[in-house]
Design a protein around this ligand. Structure first.
Ligand code: SF4
Length: 236
């Protein structure tokens, strides 16, 4: 039984978010995850880009068997798909592939080739934002692995927040982690990482929209390079 299923008067989800956001600000990731697992039970899932399995490892230790949603855009690197398969084999989670309503071929037939080059916002909407939104409909809350230091748009986020667009709760347990903390966690726990990280890709998205970066460059500068775009839209 989760906290939401007790016989106390019905709680408003947005009120829960407000009090949890204040109570859990600055709390260790594990404490945030425990709160979310106790509150939402099986009505919470985790989303992963398969860049690394740090959050998957953290959450699966508290809540084994959790659904992990992987948005399979059809444009991923082979290494990303391989990481997805390795995660499924190694961690006690239920990996679910989330696919756009059109295959790459169907999208190209309908909208022309290389939509990612002509209108990356539309391509991200069709291949990431819309399918994930559909997949999240069965849940009350979702875990995300965003970190404050990744982009300017993530700087003011909260560990627990109301996802207004989807009408659900979003939980960001590693929001305050630095890259150094992430690296230490990966090393100390032997976490699976996408091999592209060792090949000059500190941030990994779809293959047509991700290039390697040089040492000292902004780690996110290889994403949609030269377009001014910094977010796919899932986390806005
Ligand atoms: Fe399309 Fe690029 Fe967005 Fe992937 S990252 S969905 S290829 S625009």
């Amino acid at each position: 039984m989760t906290l939401l299923e007790t016989d106390r008067p019905a709680l408003d989800l947005e009120d829960i978010v407000e009090s949890a956001a204040a109570a859990l600000a600055g709390a260790p990731a594990r404490e945030v995850i425990r709160w979310a697992a106790a509150t939402f039970g099986d009505r919470i899932c985790l989303t992963s880009s398969m860049s690394d399995a740090a959050l998957i490892h953290l959450v699966s230790r508290v809540k084994p068997g959790i659904d992990v949603l992987f948005v399979d855009t059809g444009y991923h690197f082979a290494e990303t798909v391989g990481t997805r398969d390795a995660v499924e084999a190694v961690y006690p989670v239920n990996v679910i592939d989330v696919r756009p309503s059109r295959t790459v071929e169907e999208q190209e037939a309908a909208l022309g080739p290389r939509l990612y080059g002509r209108n990356p916002d539309l391509c991200c909407h069709l291949r990431k934002v819309e399918p994930l939104g559909r997949a999240l409909e069965g849940y009350m809350a979702w875990f995300s692995g965003i970190r404050r230091d990744e982009t300017a748009a993530r700087r003011d986020r909260r560990v627990v927040e109301w996802d207004r667009r989807r009408g659900m709760v979003k939980v960001n347990p590693i929001l305050d982690w630095t890259q150094e903390e992430m690296d230490n966690y990966v090393e100390d726990n032997g976490i699976l990482v996408n091999p592209l990280h060792h090949d000059g890709y500190p941030s990994i998205g779809c293959e047509p929209c991700t290039r390697p970066v040089a040492p000292g460059e902004d780690p996110r500068s290889g994403r949609w390079a030269g377009t001014g775009k910094t977010e796919c839209g899932i986390h806005l």
